[in-house]
Every structure is written in C-alpha cells, then in structure tokens.
Design a protein. Structure first.
Length: 237
C-alpha cells in the first residue's frame, strides 16, 4: 500500500496505522487471492462483533430511558449490512477495495462488499489501536445515525417500515398471507407470512393477526438486510 493511499485511509478513519500489512488485508477481497486466509474475511468477522459491542455501549449511554427491546431495535438498524454499506459509501472506503476481474462494476461493490470493507477496517483498527481507537472511529462514522435513532419510530411498526422499503427500493407492495391458526377460539395463535413480488419470507406466529403480521414483517426486513436479527426471540412451532 503506497503512502498516498495510506494517508487517505488514515484521514478517513482518524487512526494512524502501524500494521500496514494488516491494513492491506482489510481491503483485499477473497476474489483476488488463492488462499482465503489472505483476504479480509476474518477481519470482517471480528469487525462485525466489535461494531456490535461499541454500538451497544453507545446506545446504552445515549438512551438511558430505553428498555432492552427498544435498544435492540435501534441496534438492529445500525449494525445491519445495509447501514454498514451506506456508511462505507459515505466514507468512500469501497474505492480502496481490491476485487477480482468483473467485480469492479458490480452492484455488490456498493452493497455487501462495501459493508464487509467497513467491518474489516473496524477489525483492523481494533487490533492495531485497541478499543478506544475503534470506538472513536465508530462514534465518528455512526454518530449522525445514532443521533437520529429513535426506537419509537420502529417499535411495533415493522409493517410500516417494510412497506416504505418495498415501495421505495422494490417498487412494489408487501402482502400478508394467513397460513395457519391453532388453539381454541379464546386463545388462538396465528401464522402469517409476507410475500413481496412472489418472494415468500419466513413466517411468524402471534397471539393475534396484527402481532403475527408485525413479526412476519420483521422477518422480511431481516431477510432483506434492512434489519439485523439480534433479538434472540423464538416463535412457537
């Protein structure tokens, strides 16, 4: 990695790197190496976990009135692949990626590859500079998103969020299918799935149809990469 490239990355991240070999690896996609251990995949794995920890701490301190469920919902949006890709693009990190032939114009370069590059950089900063250094970078990169975060905007309103995403990004509208219902009339459970443009998403159960639809919408948002499922919730069989 030449000095000009290093200078640009350090200016973007606000961190002065000492391990340039590791930094080079952070921007090396598996499509350009014979051995995947030479790519950024392991750094991406580490960075994903570090990002989650730092974001959780930021939210814990920033929103003292939020309970676990509200914090989880905000975190899900902030650490999703979609958000990471958007942050990476805003920082311009994807332009430093080394990818295989035919991938330079791929849509994934501004999507999943960009998100992976951000996570790999986070992993690299953590190894190179420690928790304080990587926390400073994440705060800088995600700060404006955290300031705008409000669990009330998504709490129990996944249907609205999914409809907005489907109309804006997919130019269509989601439909909800009732698949099954169990139990006596006074204590029924309902199973609902979301269908978007003939694509069926994982179904969900609820104690009423409205709850089942909200949970099914959440599953669809996770599958689409809009939200990250870190709730650990389990649904009845």
């Amino acid at each position: 990695m030449d000095q000009e490239t290093l200078r640009q990355i350090e200016q973007i991240t606000g961190h002065q790197f000492s391990n340039l070999q590791l930094l080079q690896k952070a921007f090396t996609h598996s499509s350009v190496v014979d051995n995947r251990f030479l790519s950024n995949e392991r750094l991406e794995f580490l960075g994903d976990s570090v990002l989650a920890v730092v974001i959780c701490k930021i939210l814990f301190e920033r929103f003292p009135a939020y309970l676990e469920g509200d914090l989880t919902k905000v975190k899900s949006m902030l650490v999703s692949r979609r958000t990471c890709a958007r942050v990476a693009q805003q920082l311009g990190l994807q332009k430093f990626l080394t990818v295989g032939k035919g991938m330079t114009r791929s849509r994934s370069l501004s999507g999943s590859l960009a998100a992976g590059a951000l996570e790999a950089v986070i992993g690299t900063i953590y190894i190179d500079g420690g928790l304080d250094a990587v926390s400073s970078f994440i705060q800088k990169a995600f700060g404006s998103l955290v300031e705008r975060a409000d669990a009330g905007q998504t709490h129990g309103n996944f249907k609205s969020l999914l409809q907005q995403h489907a109309q804006q990004q997919l130019n269509t509208t989601p439909f909800y299918n009732l698949l099954d219902e169990k139990g006596p009339d006074h204590d029924k459970c309902f199973e609902v799935e979301v269908v978007i443009d003939k694509q069926h998403f994982p179904s969900a159960w609820g104690t009423n149809k409205k709850e089942a639809e909200q949970k099914a919408a959440f599953n669809a948002l996770v599958a689409l990469g809009v939200l990250h499922d870190s709730s650990g919730e389990h649904h009845p069989d």
